[in-house]
Design a protein around this ligand. Structure first.
Ligand SMILES: [Zn+2]
Ligand SMILES: [Zn+2]
Length: 190
Protein backbone atom coordinates (compact mmCIF):
# COMPACT_ATOMS: atom_id res chain seq x y z
CA UNK A 1 0.00 0.00 0.00
CA UNK A 2 1.06 3.53 -0.72
CA UNK A 3 2.72 5.23 2.30
CA UNK A 4 0.86 8.46 1.69
CA UNK A 5 -2.45 6.61 1.67
CA UNK A 6 -1.71 5.04 5.07
CA UNK A 7 -0.79 8.50 6.41
CA UNK A 8 -4.13 9.91 5.22
CA UNK A 9 -6.00 7.02 6.85
CA UNK A 10 -4.14 7.64 10.12
CA UNK A 11 -4.87 11.38 10.00
CA UNK A 12 -8.52 10.62 9.28
CA UNK A 13 -8.85 8.40 12.35
CA UNK A 14 -6.91 10.90 14.45
CA UNK A 15 -9.44 13.55 13.38
CA UNK A 16 -12.38 11.31 14.32
CA UNK A 17 -10.84 10.54 17.73
CA UNK A 18 -10.20 14.23 18.55
CA UNK A 19 -13.78 15.02 17.55
CA UNK A 20 -15.13 12.31 19.88
CA UNK A 21 -12.91 13.50 22.75
CA UNK A 22 -14.16 17.05 22.13
CA UNK A 23 -17.80 15.95 22.24
CA UNK A 24 -17.25 13.93 25.44
CA UNK A 25 -15.46 16.82 27.21
CA UNK A 26 -18.26 19.18 26.13
CA UNK A 27 -20.96 16.81 27.45
CA UNK A 28 -19.14 16.40 30.77
CA UNK A 29 -18.89 20.19 31.14
CA UNK A 30 -22.57 20.72 30.28
CA UNK A 31 -23.84 17.94 32.56
CA UNK A 32 -21.73 19.04 35.54
CA UNK A 33 -22.70 22.68 35.25
CA UNK A 34 -23.59 24.34 38.56
CA UNK A 35 -27.06 25.83 38.73
CA UNK A 36 -26.92 29.09 36.87
CA UNK A 37 -26.40 32.05 39.09
CA UNK A 38 -28.98 34.73 38.49
CA UNK A 39 -26.54 37.39 39.66
CA UNK A 40 -26.06 38.94 36.21
CA UNK A 41 -29.80 39.19 35.72
CA UNK A 42 -30.02 40.76 39.15
CA UNK A 43 -27.29 43.30 38.40
CA UNK A 44 -29.06 44.25 35.19
CA UNK A 45 -32.27 44.72 37.10
CA UNK A 46 -30.50 46.65 39.84
CA UNK A 47 -28.99 48.97 37.26
CA UNK A 48 -32.45 49.56 35.83
CA UNK A 49 -33.88 50.21 39.29
CA UNK A 50 -30.98 52.55 40.03
CA UNK A 51 -31.73 54.55 36.90
CA UNK A 52 -35.33 54.80 38.03
CA UNK A 53 -34.05 55.99 41.39
CA UNK A 54 -35.28 53.07 43.47
CA UNK A 55 -32.38 50.92 44.62
CA UNK A 56 -31.31 50.41 48.18
CA UNK A 57 -29.65 46.98 48.18
CA UNK A 58 -26.05 46.00 48.79
CA UNK A 59 -23.83 43.42 47.11
CA UNK A 60 -22.78 41.74 50.38
CA UNK A 61 -24.33 38.65 51.96
CA UNK A 62 -27.34 39.49 54.12
CA UNK A 63 -26.01 37.24 56.90
CA UNK A 64 -22.30 38.02 56.51
CA UNK A 65 -21.78 41.75 55.93
CA UNK A 66 -18.06 41.23 55.20
CA UNK A 67 -18.58 38.46 52.60
CA UNK A 68 -19.44 39.52 49.08
CA UNK A 69 -22.59 37.88 47.76
CA UNK A 70 -22.49 35.27 45.02
CA UNK A 71 -26.17 34.90 44.26
CA UNK A 72 -29.65 36.28 44.79
CA UNK A 73 -32.58 34.50 46.41
CA UNK A 74 -35.34 34.04 43.84
CA UNK A 75 -38.03 34.89 46.35
CA UNK A 76 -36.76 37.83 48.41
CA UNK A 77 -34.17 39.01 45.84
CA UNK A 78 -31.63 39.66 48.55
CA UNK A 79 -27.94 38.91 48.02
CA UNK A 80 -26.37 35.92 49.80
CA UNK A 81 -23.00 34.16 49.84
CA UNK A 82 -22.75 30.58 48.61
CA UNK A 83 -22.91 29.11 52.14
CA UNK A 84 -26.24 30.86 52.74
CA UNK A 85 -28.07 29.51 49.67
CA UNK A 86 -29.67 26.19 48.81
CA UNK A 87 -30.56 24.79 45.42
CA UNK A 88 -33.91 23.51 44.26
CA UNK A 89 -34.76 22.69 40.63
CA UNK A 90 -31.61 24.52 39.37
CA UNK A 91 -32.63 27.67 41.24
CA UNK A 92 -30.99 29.15 44.32
CA UNK A 93 -32.86 30.35 47.40
CA UNK A 94 -31.91 31.67 50.81
CA UNK A 95 -32.34 29.10 53.60
CA UNK A 96 -35.65 30.59 54.76
CA UNK A 97 -37.19 30.60 51.29
CA UNK A 98 -35.77 27.20 50.38
CA UNK A 99 -37.99 25.85 53.17
CA UNK A 100 -40.92 27.81 51.79
CA UNK A 101 -40.30 26.40 48.30
CA UNK A 102 -40.17 22.76 49.31
CA UNK A 103 -43.11 22.98 51.74
CA UNK A 104 -45.58 24.47 49.24
CA UNK A 105 -47.11 23.61 45.89
CA UNK A 106 -46.40 26.20 43.19
CA UNK A 107 -48.37 27.09 40.10
CA UNK A 108 -47.58 29.12 37.00
CA UNK A 109 -49.28 32.55 37.02
CA UNK A 110 -48.24 33.88 33.65
CA UNK A 111 -45.64 33.49 30.95
CA UNK A 112 -44.01 35.77 28.42
CA UNK A 113 -41.99 34.61 25.43
CA UNK A 114 -39.34 37.11 24.41
CA UNK A 115 -36.43 37.19 21.97
CA UNK A 116 -33.02 38.43 23.14
CA UNK A 117 -33.70 41.79 21.47
CA UNK A 118 -36.93 42.60 23.27
CA UNK A 119 -36.27 41.20 26.75
CA UNK A 120 -37.81 44.38 28.20
CA UNK A 121 -41.20 42.90 27.28
CA UNK A 122 -40.94 40.42 30.13
CA UNK A 123 -40.00 43.10 32.66
CA UNK A 124 -43.57 43.55 33.83
CA UNK A 125 -43.40 40.02 35.29
CA UNK A 126 -40.33 41.00 37.34
CA UNK A 127 -41.96 44.29 38.32
CA UNK A 128 -45.17 42.53 39.34
CA UNK A 129 -43.19 40.02 41.38
CA UNK A 130 -41.35 42.87 43.11
CA UNK A 131 -44.61 44.62 43.92
CA UNK A 132 -46.18 41.47 45.38
CA UNK A 133 -43.20 41.00 47.67
CA UNK A 134 -42.62 44.60 48.70
CA UNK A 135 -46.25 45.54 49.27
CA UNK A 136 -47.78 42.33 50.61
CA UNK A 137 -44.90 39.90 51.25
CA UNK A 138 -46.54 37.48 48.78
CA UNK A 139 -43.82 35.08 47.63
CA UNK A 140 -43.35 34.33 43.93
CA UNK A 141 -40.44 33.52 41.67
CA UNK A 142 -39.49 33.88 38.03
CA UNK A 143 -38.05 30.98 36.08
CA UNK A 144 -36.53 31.39 32.62
CA UNK A 145 -36.08 28.63 30.06
CA UNK A 146 -34.23 29.14 26.81
CA UNK A 147 -35.57 27.48 23.70
CA UNK A 148 -34.53 27.65 20.07
CA UNK A 149 -37.29 28.76 17.74
CA UNK A 150 -36.70 26.59 14.68
CA UNK A 151 -38.69 28.84 12.32
CA UNK A 152 -36.80 32.04 13.05
CA UNK A 153 -33.59 30.26 14.16
CA UNK A 154 -33.52 32.48 17.24
CA UNK A 155 -33.14 31.78 20.90
CA UNK A 156 -36.28 32.65 22.84
CA UNK A 157 -36.57 33.14 26.57
CA UNK A 158 -39.68 31.67 28.14
CA UNK A 159 -40.14 33.76 31.26
CA UNK A 160 -42.59 32.26 33.74
CA UNK A 161 -43.90 33.59 37.03
CA UNK A 162 -44.83 31.10 39.75
CA UNK A 163 -46.72 31.62 43.01
CA UNK A 164 -48.30 29.40 45.65
CA UNK A 165 -51.00 27.25 44.09
CA UNK A 166 -53.59 28.48 46.59
CA UNK A 167 -52.95 32.12 45.64
CA UNK A 168 -52.54 31.56 41.89
CA UNK A 169 -56.08 32.39 40.76
CA UNK A 170 -56.27 35.65 42.71
CA UNK A 171 -52.84 36.71 41.50
CA UNK A 172 -53.75 36.14 37.85
CA UNK A 173 -56.57 38.62 38.33
CA UNK A 174 -54.28 41.07 40.05
CA UNK A 175 -51.75 40.82 37.22
CA UNK A 176 -54.41 41.80 34.68
CA UNK A 177 -54.90 45.09 36.52
CA UNK A 178 -51.18 45.54 36.97
CA UNK A 179 -50.55 44.93 33.29
CA UNK A 180 -53.02 47.49 31.99
CA UNK A 181 -50.29 50.12 32.03
CA UNK A 182 -47.60 47.75 30.74
CA UNK A 183 -46.55 46.61 27.27
CA UNK A 184 -45.83 43.03 26.29
CA UNK A 185 -47.55 39.87 25.22
CA UNK A 186 -48.65 37.68 28.04
CA UNK A 187 -50.37 34.32 28.16
CA UNK A 188 -52.14 33.41 31.34
CA UNK A 189 -51.63 29.93 32.59
CA UNK A 190 -54.57 27.78 33.53
ZN1 LIG B 1 -34.98 34.64 50.31
ZN1 LIG C 1 -23.63 34.32 53.97
Amino acid sequence: MDEKFILYILLFFLGIISLLVGVIVYLILVLNRRPESNLKQYFDKLTRDFKRGRSEQTFFCQNHPDVSGSTVCRICEKVFCEACTKEHDSMLFCVEHFDLIIKNEWAEIAAAIVSPNDSDHSMFLYDFKKQLWEKDKIPSFVQVHYKINVDSDQIESHVKLFAKKAEAEALRGRLVFFQKTEEGSVSFSQ
